[in-house]
Write a protein that binds this ligand. Structure first.
Ligand code: ZN
Length: 195
């Protein structure tokens, strides 16, 4: 394995503190149409798509080799918006190497990091500029924008961790964050969650 290892050279790149965007790399963009079934209100989802296919979030996947000795980093930008009463969010994922952690540091915006373990523990941590959240090994994580500006975080995790999106796509999260009747975020049980 080590004989195949191609070491990285030092480099720098920029990320805008407000928009999270970089002039130095191309982002991966996630449109609403690619999140079918992930929001609890399917009718509201279809109604939006009849008119437009909004960009829900984007993030950077740098071409850094997937070795345990390397670190992957970049920004994740979740835009403000809702599907029905459910706030825009990322798909969320476990790491393929489940026992790997991640740190997200909030650059701008407001929202939550919603996390859960395969065993059923869950936690929603509030994010705002200056707050760093530690996502321990085993915890799936999803960013949710409950504000009116883009929610921008900077993340770092182990190079070989990988992304397991499939588990969340099939089962969903146990909890959802929706706008309550008072206009404030409210955590509810996911009616679609598959045991
Ligand atoms: Zn991750």
């Amino acid at each position: 394995m080590m004989s195949d290892y191609i070491p990285m050279n030092p480099f720098v790149m920029g990320f805008d503190l407000l928009t999270g965007l970089s002039d130095d790399a191309e982002s991966t963009k996630r449109l609403l149409s690619k999140m079918k079934g992930m929001y609890h209100d399917d009718a509201a989802f279809e109604t939006i798509l009849e008119k437009e296919d909004p960009k829900v979030y984007e993030f950077y996947e740098l071409k850094i080799p997937n070795y345990a000795s390397d670190l992957l980093f970049g920004t994740s930008i979740t835009y403000p918006g809702k599907v029905g009463n459910e706030y825009y969010m990322t798909k969320g994922h476990f790491h393929e190497v489940l026992e790997t952690a991640e740190v997200y540091y909030t650059l701008s915006g407001e929202g939550y990091m919603l996390m859960e373990t395969p065993e059923g523990e869950w936690k929603a941590e509030a994010l705002s500029a200056g707050k760093a959240v530690y996502v321990p090994p085993r915890w799936a994580h999803r960013s949710i924008n409950t504000g009116t500006e883009p929610l921008v975080t900077f993340f770092v995790f182990r190079g070989d961790a990988g992304h397991d999106y499939g588990t969340i796509e099939q089962k969903g999260y146990r909890k959802l964050i929706v706008e309550g009747k008072d206009g404030k975020p409210e955590i509810i049980d996911n009616p679609k969650w598959a045991k």
